[in-house]
Design a protein around this ligand. Structure first.
Ligand SMILES: O=C(O)[C@H](O)[C@@H](O)[C@H](O)[C@H](O)COP(=O)(O)O
Length: 230
């Protein structure tokens, strides 16, 4: 299921989302001594990252990671790791821990096995998950165009898997739906009329391999908080 939150401006959305996420992370650290957040890449979240980075939080007890990553050098402009280091892991959030899902050169089965072991003991389940959405209804790197989409949406999937989209550049590594859906608080952050139209299309149908974001929107017990501004 989903809950739509509409904002009069992207700035107001960024501030409200950062407030909400900061409260969740602070509470989680108070309760468990640690917290984790998985964020998405792309152009939408930069303002949110900047506001969140300035929050006074126990960042040393918080681990940040990515819902997905392009398998490129972390100094490449296409790297989500670079995006997060330049926009979120700044200011107060400089003290946060970062769990790298881009490790090594080749995205081999051995690298995936090591990452899955580490993710299981370090960041899963996420206290906060921030998803984006593409015009094709992909989220994270759950791409409808990829040959891996069925396994990436399977309830038996491993935490992390390799995806090779055919309509977007770069090999990807992504957390699978099964593990993303275990997040305690899930937010879909989208902006612009075009993305609202895509959201409406996603809500109007039920084939999840056609629009993977539907798997989150339709989940019977997981509430996806959709934060949208024009
Ligand atoms: O690696 C990525 O690109 C993201 O994880 C991806 O899922 C992104 O969130 C959407 O493609 C939306 O991207 P925009 O915010 O740029 O529209």
């Amino acid at each position: 299921m989903h809950q739509l939150h509409e904002f009069n401006s992207r700035e107001l959305l960024d501030n409200q989302l950062a407030d909400k996420v900061a409260n969740i992370l602070e509470t989680a650290v108070k309760l468990r001594g640690k917290a984790s957040i998985a964020v998405s890449g792309g152009s939408t979240p930069k303002g949110f990252f900047s506001v969140l980075s300035k929050k006074s939080l126990p960042w040393k007890q918080i681990t940040v990671t990515l819902a997905d990553e392009r398998w490129v050098d972390i100094n490449d402009d296409a790297s989500n790791t670079k995006l997060v280091h330049q926009n979120l892991l700044q200011n107060n959030a400089l003290e946060a821990n970062f769990f790298h899902i881009k490790q090594g050169d080749l995205l081999s089965s051995e690298v995936l096995a090591d990452l899955n072991l580490a993710a299981g003991t370090t960041v899963l389940p996420f206290d906060v998950l921030i998803l984006g959405m593409g015009e094709d209804g992909h989220t994270a790197s759950l791409f409808p165009c990829s040959n891996e989409i069925h396994s990436a949406l399977s309830k038996d999937a491993a935490p992390l898997l390799k995806v090779v989209p055919t309509t977007a550049p770069h090999e990807r590594i992504t957390f699978s739906y099964a593990y993303l859906a275990q997040s305690k608080n899930t937010f879909l952050h989208i902006c612009g009329q075009g993305k609202k139209t895509v959201l409406d299309q996603a809500l109007a149908g039920d084939e999840i391999t056609e629009m993977p974001i539907r798997a989150f929107l339709q989940h019977p017990s997981l509430t996806t908080n959709v934060y949208w501004a024009e």
